[in-house]
Design a protein around this ligand. Sequence first.
Ligand code: SF4
Length: 120
Amino acid sequence: MALASVVTQTKLKPTEPLSAEENYCDNCKLCSKVFLGDYMITEEYEDEIEGIKYKSAQKAHPMRRSYVCTGSTGYNEGNWSTWSSARFSIPRNDEELIEIFQKKAVPAQSERNQNHKIEG
Ligand code: SF4
């Protein structure tokens, strides 16, 4: 069993962020290259949490992340794959993302579950 998230109304106290000088990200963009589904795109955006500004990669359509993070697919025509044995390519066109849910994602997850004897 894996604990993936917790929903709470508790006001959590954030820890201190790294200072800008200690920032370990050197913008090599390897994370964008290995994230299947073209979810992270090269443009950056600036945001703010508790008055602290930060930069992050701009994100594409959220279904691009969903298909990969849920294990619906673990491969997308490239050099990288994930733990998921389910395989289908994520279309480049966002208009096709909903359509492949029934046609590819559900069958791929069913096959993965059968292969690994996962119920439910
Ligand atoms: S761009 Fe991505 S992979 Fe490269 S250092 Fe920053 S977080 Fe790490």
